[in-house]
Write a protein that binds this ligand. Structure first.
Ligand code: PA5
Length: 439
């Protein structure tokens, strides 16, 4: 496998803040973390189904998902994905990253894949009212996802949509437009799906929500959006095998990322900002925030995961990053090549003084913005980690997803927490249910 075809990590811009030895000192703990992942002897050992998931996805499951997605796309201008947290963020991250940014503005007859929209990821009344109104005018289908099958937000969202789709079509037609992804036997969604005879896919018991993008939770919506899930899975398999084979800390991107961010944390880096210069990666940041926040933020420990889209946010967060409290470090996702070409045009009067850039690709300016910002932030006291992928496609997205998952598990163990539970998420629910008068 050519190294240049893999996601890369560079921690050189952390050298003024943590030494080679600081990072290297994590080697034994990193080795141990990898061992207890492989041996299934660490905290959260019942939730390691994601570890070798990419290389063990059955071919016939991929075929079934692709077939269901094609059937859905044939009769749907819109696909509504109902789910919250780990049950939608991974799919949205990949779909947004790989779709035409303005897909929804194309005339209907020019759209070859459905528009994917999201519901049940909030309790916004106006949000869901507007969605239902909009769906009056479109042919649509629903993918409803809940591992527990009892989460309030998607359950309410699905109730509303179920009523709408049954009223819009007949009940049997509505049934053929709904796919449920849930536990194999338990939970309210499994019960509804059984009663209504919906097509279903199973979320494996040993894969938690935020690690589930390579199960039907992520694969079904991604396929419905017309994205090649085989390439996505292949990318994840490449990364799975690459990381398993690399035992040297500095040659293993996931171990190096985990060790470096823990070294920075020990030196006071309590906030990590994930930065992208590619707006379509906004939801990858949202997915990453959940993955790291929910995995590490416990026992009064954890790095606060924040996100920015540059250069947009250089005009809002730039000041704080440059000169605010020095408790942050930055991880930049760099996409080496853009998929399209847009040259900056020559202007006859050069009133904006931009002719020195005429004929240059817009991505060239973006790249210089990245380099200039990185230098300024490092000079200003913000260590930078750079994660590079050659271009935005399904394969590199697959590599990146698995890279972040593996690094998160290792990082959580280095921190001394269970990266696979989320006990704190229950606190708001208890209060909400009491206030709502739930028996
Ligand atoms: O990562 C997690 O476990 C959570 O974010 C869940 O995915 C989220 O709470 C949704 O849960 P469920 O799929 O059970 O509806």
């Amino acid at each position: 496998m050519l190294l240049k075809e893999m996601l890369k990590i560079n921690v050189e811009n952390c050298a003024n803040f943590v030494s080679f030895n600081d990072i290297q000192s994590f080697s034994p703990a990193v080795l141990h973390a990898n061992e207890i992942l492989e041996n299934k002897t660490g905290l959260g050992k019942d939730y390691l189904g994601w570890l070798h998931l990419p290389s063990s996805i059955p071919e016939d499951l991929i075929d079934q998902i692709q077939f269901a997605a094609e059937k859905m796309a044939e009769k749907s201008e819109v696909v509504v994905v109902v789910g919250i947290g780990g049950s939608y963020l991974g799919a949205r991250a990949v779909i947004d990253a790989l779709s035409d940014n303005f897909h929804y503005l194309k005339p209907k007859e020019n759209r070859v894949t459905p528009i994917v929209v999201y519901a049940g990821n909030n309790l916004g009344e106006d949000y869901h009212y507007d969605l239902l109104k909009a769906l009056d005018k479109y042919d649509y289908s629903i993918i409803v996802i809940s591992k527990s099958g009892t989460t309030t937000e998607p359950a309410i969202g699905f109730r509303l949509l179920k009523n709408h789709i049954e009223a819009k079509y007949s009940v049997p037609d509505a049934r053929s437009r709904i796919i449920a992804i849930t536990d194999k036997s338990k939970g309210a969604l499994r019960k509804v799906a059984g009663n209504e005879r919906y097509k279903t896919f199973v979320i494996p018991d040993d894969v938690g929500g935020r690690y589930s993008v390579l199960t039907p939770v992520g694969l079904m919506p991604i396929a419905a959006a017309g994205i090649n899930i085989r390439q996505f899975i292949n990318g994840a398999v490449e990364m799975e095998k690459f990381l398993s084979a690399q035992t040297d800390l500095f040659a293993n991107p996931a171990n190096l990322y985990a060790a470096t961010r823990n070294a920075l944390y020990r030196k006071g880096g309590v906030i990590e900002i994930l930065a992208t210069y590619t707006p379509s990666l906004n939801y990858l940041i949202e997915w990453w925030k959940q993955l790291y926040g929910e995995s590490e933020g416990k026992e009064h420990k954890g790095i606060f995961p924040a996100g920015v889209t540059f250069t947009t946010d250089l005009h809002s967060m730039g000041q704080l990053v440059q000169e605010g409290a020095r408790n942050i470090f930055e991880t930049v996702i760099k996409v080496e090549t853009s998929n399209s070409t847009l040259l900056i045009p020559e202007s006859s009067d050069n009133a904006d003084d931009l002719n020195y850039l005429a004929g240059k690709k817009m991505s060239y300016v973006n790249e210089k913005a990245l380099e200039g910002t990185l230098m300024a932030h490092v000079d200003g006291g913000v260590p930078n980690i750079v994660i590079t992928i050659p271009e935005l496609n399904a394969r590199y997205l697959g590599q990146m997803v698995y890279f972040f998952e593996k690094a998160c598990a290792v990082s959580g163990y280095l921190l001394g927490v269970n990266p696979f539970n989320q006990p704190g998420v229950e606190a708001y629910k208890k209060n909400m249910f009491r206030l709502l008068g739930k028996k």
